[in-house]
Structure formats: C-alpha cells, structure tokens
Design a binder for this molecule. Sequence first.
Ligand code: ADP
Ligand code: MG
Ligand code: MG
Length: 885
Amino acid sequence: MEQVYTFGGDARHDEPRARDKTIVGGKGANLAEMASIGLPVPPGFTITTEECIRYLAEGANFSDQLRADVAAALGHIERTVGKRFGDAADPLLVSVRSGARVSMPGMMDTVLNLGLNDDTVQGLAAVSGDDRFAWDSYRRFIQMYSDVVLGIDHHLFEDALEIAKEDNGFYADVDLAAEHWQALVGEYKAIVARELGRPFPQDVTEQLWGAIAAVFDSWDSDRAKVYRRLNDIPGDWGTAVNVQAMVFGNMGETSATGVAFTRDPATGERAYYGEWLVNAQGEDVVAGIRTPQYLTRGARERAGAKPLSMEEAMPQAYAELARVFDLLELHYKDMQDIEFTVERGKLFMLQTRSGKRTAKAALKMAVDMVDEGLIDEATAIRRVDPMALDQLLHPTLDPKAPRDVLGKGLPASPGAASGAIVLDADTAERLAARGDAVILVRVETSPEDIHGMHAARGILTARGGMTSHAAVVARGMGRPCVSGASGLSIDMAARTLKIGNRALKEGDVITLDGATGDIMAGEVPTIEPELVGDFAVLMGWADRHRRMKVRTNAETPADCRMARQFGAEGIGLCRTEHMFFDAKRISAVRQMILAEDEAGRRAALTKLLPEQRADFREIFEVMAGLPVTIRLLDPPLHEFLPHGEAEFAELSEAIGVGVDTLKRRAEELHEFNPMLGHRGCRLGITFPEIYEMQARAIFEAACEVAQASGEAVVPEVMIPLVATRKELQILKALVDRVAAQVFAEQGRTLDYLVGTMIELPRAALMAGEIAEEATFFSFGTNDLTQTTLGVSRDDAARFLNPYVEQGIYPRDPFVSLDIEGVGQLVTLAAERGRATRPEIKLGICGEHGGDPASIAFCEATGLDYVSASPYRVPIARLAAAQAAL
Ligand code: ADP
Ligand code: MG
Ligand code: MG
C-alpha cells in the first residue's frame, strides 16, 4: 500500500486512497479533489494517517521506504514548479501542514516557507526581485519552525519584533523594510542558538523531516487529546502530513491571503462571506494582528468600513474566486470553508472543507439547497446535526427587555448567554464544574483555551474577526460568541477589565448577544423560541422519513404542553413521585409512609387521591388523543423521609403524631442501599394500597376527561423495577381490578394497557415470560445501565471521566447507551418479548431516548418509540429520521 500520494501538476488523482479522508486526512483529500477538478492548487504530496500510527507505535522511526517515497514526491513538486528544494539560486519552498480526518484544533500548526536558510534566502531575494519579501519570509519561517517544531516559546520572537519596531519608531509590521527584517533574522537565530544550544537548522532536508516528525508527534499532544475527548474522536485515527509548494501572499500590493465561506456561516444566507488581507501570509487573517478587510463590496458598505474589499481592490482575482466558489458548491453540494492566496494577481486554492455553521445556518442552507435542487430531502435531513438544534430550542434575549449595553463586537456566533466574567480557561473550567455560569473573556483565544470555551456559556474576545479561532470554535460548539470587541481591554495582573469606559472585574455578570454583538451589564431576561420557518420545514421532512414515534418524559402540564409544541406524540414516562414532593402534599405523603399499619396508610392516601387525580386530569387534557405512560410510584420511601428536627416537628404538628414515634419509624425505614432497596414494584407488593390509589386516580381522571372532551387518552400503566413475572402478575391483577371498579362506578370503559419497565438484567433475561403479562415494555436504560454496569449514576462523576479519557468506555454510558453491553440486554429482551407477544409495544424512556447514537440503536433494534425530555423531542425526531434513512 502506498503511503505517499502526490497532488497537483500531472499527479494522478484517480487512486481512491488519495482522496479518502481516512487515509490522507481531510485537508489532503480535498487538495487532491480540488486539483482533480482543475482548480489552481499548488502541487504537493500527502503522507498517510496510517504512516502516522505506525510512526507513533514504532517509536518515532521513519522507514527507508518512506524516505525514498518522500524524495520521489518532492521530485514531483520540483518538476511541476521548476525549482529545486535547497537550490541556493532559485529555491523551492514548501509548507508542512497537518491534516486529520476531521479538522482538529490542537494538531500541529502549519509551518510556512520551509526550505529557507542563509543561502536560499539570497536566491529568493534575487529571483523575486524583492529583498523585503525574502527576509520577511525567512523571519516568519524561523519563528514558526522554532515555535512548532523546536518548541521555543514564540513570545521571545514576538518581543524581539516589538523591540525592533519601537527602536525604529514603527507601528505596524508593514512599516519594516528589508534591512529591518534581515537584522531581525539575525536576532531570531541568536535566540534559537541560545535556547536550543545549537544553531537553527540550515540543512533543508533536516528541516523537512523535523517538521514531518512534529506533525506526527502532535497527534499525541495534550491539546489534541483534550479535543478528541470533547469531540469523541478515536485516538487511532492519526494525522496525515501535507507538504505543498509555497505560494506567496506577501509579495507586495498585488498579493493577498484570505479565508472565505461560500455562504454566510452564521445566518446561512446565500452570500459569499470572507476576510482577506493584502500583502500578508498564512494565518495573518485569523491571528488578529491586523484587522482583516471585507471580501465583497456589499459587506464592506454595510459595515461602513473604509479599506477596499477584495471585489474592489482585485477585481480579476475576485472574479476567479467567485467562479471557484460556485464550482466548489456544485462539486461538494455543500457550503465550503476556503483558504486562498493571491500571488502577484494569481489565485491559488489552499484548502476547502465543508464549513462549520450555526444551527440556524445549517437549517437554512439545508432547506435552501433542496429548493435550489442541489440536494434531496434525505441529504438535507442528514446535513443537520440533531444536537445542534439544541441551540435553537433554548431561550433568546427578550427584545423588549432593557439592555445596559457596555460595548459591541462582531456577532461571531449567535445565541444569548449570561454569566460571570472569567479571564482564563482553567478558571472557567473550574467554576463551571461547580455549576457556575461563566463567560470566558480573552484578548483572543487559541487552541489552549478549548476546555475553557467548552465550559463557558459564552465567549468574548477583544481581537479577531468572524473567522478567528474564537469565532470558528464557538460556532462549532454552539456557544454564543462576540469577537473583536475593540473597546475591551483586560488587565490580567489585576484581573480587571474595561469595556468602553466602564470598569469591571472578574466575577461580574455580563450578557452577550451573539446575534448582534452587544455586550451588556448584568443578566438580561429571555423568551422562548418560535419553531417556525426553516425549522418547521426540515422537521416536517424528518417526520415523513422516520419510522419510530417520539414521545416525551414529562410530568407537569407545562412540560407536556411544551413537548407537544415540540412535536411529542405522547408521554413515554410520567413519573408520579415528582407529584408527591409538592410542598402542599409532602406531609400527607410522609404520614402515609410513616404510618404504622395499612389503616394509617389508607387514611393518608385518601387525602392524596383527589390531588393525584387532578394531576392526571390536567395532563390527560393536554395530551388528549395521545398515549400517556404513567409509572406507578418508584423511588425508595427513604427519599421522602423528613430531615432534621424542624421537619419532624412540622410533620408532628400537621398529622398529630409524636416526634419520637415519627423518628423511630423513620429509623426503621432507613436503608443502606436504597436504590437496590424498598422501591419500585416492591412498594406495590408490600403496600398495595399505594398502587391502588394511583390506579384509581388514573382511571377516574381518564373517565372524567373522556366524559368532558370526548377525546380520550390511552393510559398505559407502567410497573417499575419488575424482575419476575409473578410481580407483574400480582400488580397487573391489582390494576385491572381497580380499573373494573372505576369503570363500573362511572358507567363507562376505556382502553388502557398495563406493562412494565425493563430496567433490571433479570427482567431482560426473563422478558419472554414477563411478556405474558405485559402488553408493553419500556426500557428504563438509566437503571438498566446502573444495574448492568454495577455503577451508581449519582456517584459515578468521580471515576467516569477518567474512564472515558482512558477509553474504557467510549462515552459516558449514562449519556450514550453502552450499545455493546447494555444494548445486548435490550436486543435480547425485545426478541424474547416479541417471541411471546408479537404485537408488544416497545419503547425507551431513559435519558438515552434523546441521544442520537442511542436513537440509531433503537431504530436498528426495531423499537416502536423513543421518549425524551421536552427540549430533546425535536432532536429525537431528527435523529430518528436520520436513523431510518
Ligand atoms: P489550518 O489547518 O490551521 O487551517 P493550514 O495547513 O491550512 O492550517 O495552514 C494555514 C494557512 O497557511 C493557510 O490558510 C494558508 O494561508 C497558509 N498556507 C499553507 N500552505 C501554504 C502554501 N503552500 N502556500 C501559501 N500559504 C500556505
Ligand atoms: Mg491553524
Ligand atoms: Mg487551513
């Protein structure tokens, strides 16, 4: 298998591996792809991800084969551009770029201008006829190479540059002339010799292999590992290395570099969108050193900016770029994120990839592209990340609320966020871990800040444009972001900041509006989102394409109403215990629990019956016409016991039983391991009067609603924590008996079901027998995960993260179903249940019902529905459609 693939020039691009992201990485695959459709891509070659994995596994050694292949591939570049690597008269320079399967901050930064040394810099100056350009390139190279390959702190170089500018009375980099850069190169080399104890490598082949090794090594860097963990990227993918002939955006006023999107990544609008800089190189545009200019005239005019847009300043190169945009969209059938350079008026493409976008933009583009005939509905459904919908489902700032605006920046990533100001990533992570809402405020962000950005509710930066690191990462993470707020200054030593003329300090609360760029003092009230327009269109398509139903887990009328608006088709889990915790009822509940005998319990239950019936009536009204699964009381009684003297005294007062008696009874009820104790159907078996009361409340409420509205719900009475058929048999008989009584009293009957949760391994194993009693199973995967893994969800925080970091579980099994383990029990129970009762209804009601990967598993297992919390209902609808496609 070849491990080095060339692109550009007369390279053959027809080898599938050369365009396979898993082999040559995303960047390499797209460079080859662009070259193959005739776009102007500087020639180069890519070393595969497989070689990276081998290199890391075999102790950082390059094989002779690889050395030979690289030499041959370098020959391809040399022939194509007509220059030789290391030639003192007319040197070929290259960039060395990392590129994993997916774009991954944390990987090695690109090294530009590699191949320069004290000799070749002279040749570059002579051939280009531009001394300033040559020395500018050399100083950039020494700094970049020293930073990313040799590990020398880049501040040393930046400081030297600042001093050089001050000494000469210059303000901007562009003011420096050839001799200044040349002098700086001397200083840079001295810094390297001092820091490294040996001179900057002059041998170009040594430079090249040093950079290749650094790319491979960066796969195992801490930064890369953090990013992989946050984004569920496996450690065995590896990164490719791209080596490519340099083109120069820093060759004077007819040269430039830029980044662009084929559509607006924040709104989805069909308009070219980008930033560029004249006479600049590489990441100058995103680094925030100079303020980038607008790409199009329209954007410049809207912003009221002075510096000419590319459309105005370089009409020919711009026209060529616009043509490339259109070609790329037609070819990839998706919005592209592009990096380009103009060298003396000629356009070169350096990268394309499908662009990160906000949820709003993703929806708009998916819907627009179907209208444009670019993609079909199924592709549109697949295009939108279900989890990203989350951004749209949450409240936005109330436009009517007063805003105390401190300042303004660029609307880099939409959404609203309020929180306490935090000035560094580690603090953000620490405070967020204890539950604080924080806003990360930085001069600019870098890959070292990723964990803090993830922890923060929102991000604010002083520098950087719409394509800066902060903006791109924030959009990807769905965090609201305001970037380039020029009125913001930070004093790290004092941990204070100023926005405009207002002084603030770390810990002060601010609010960001990522859609307008407003920065506001304090917390601003929010409003619920409206689910119309593109959202409604795409969800309509999703509904047409999915097989599984989507229900919700809800127990209050307000939640039920919201879930219906979000498209819920029933309730998959109505937990009745929440109703018991209500302040007005808790003393009756406690009276019931602490009663010495059945008579005492019945007295208390009589008080609870009308309350419980009213609960169900409201829910049945909201859910009219839809199925509602109600779980009978499940938690250990232990959870309802009074705590502390005051609560005991209060209860004693309310129910007229002495404090000492109550305490003794509470002592008797104490459990060592309540989650495996007196809970679930065990309560129904030992205190049948509790389940009787609940069943009565359910059926009376259902009859009342049917009477009043004519539109009946279908109550599905669910017995929790069943392990044996016998338990269910006894309790089903109880429910049926109460139903018959109520129907006789009311003079009407209703359809209803009795079923069980499958949440114990024994229940899954015995599902064939249990299905003789149950007409439905609902997989309670929270408890099923706890009981199968032997891991308590409430105590797992301490060890689950390290477990996930070490890959023991690929993801938190309480968030994403452990498909290979717990999944087996689900599959087996579904099979055995169906064998007994082919029409048995199967659903899932654990937290996993709102997780796309788990939903895909449910589809594959043939479940009839998933049930998710109200906000997750749209996510589940879309994920269910994707799973069914
Ligand atoms: P990233 O993955 O961080 O985007 P890239 O490898 O794309 O890093 O490199 C960053 C920038 O460096 C590019 O956008 C481009 O401006 C510049 N660059 C990379 N290779 C070349 C090249 N061969 N010629 C000119 N500029 C280059
Ligand atoms: Mg980069
Ligand atoms: Mg790039």
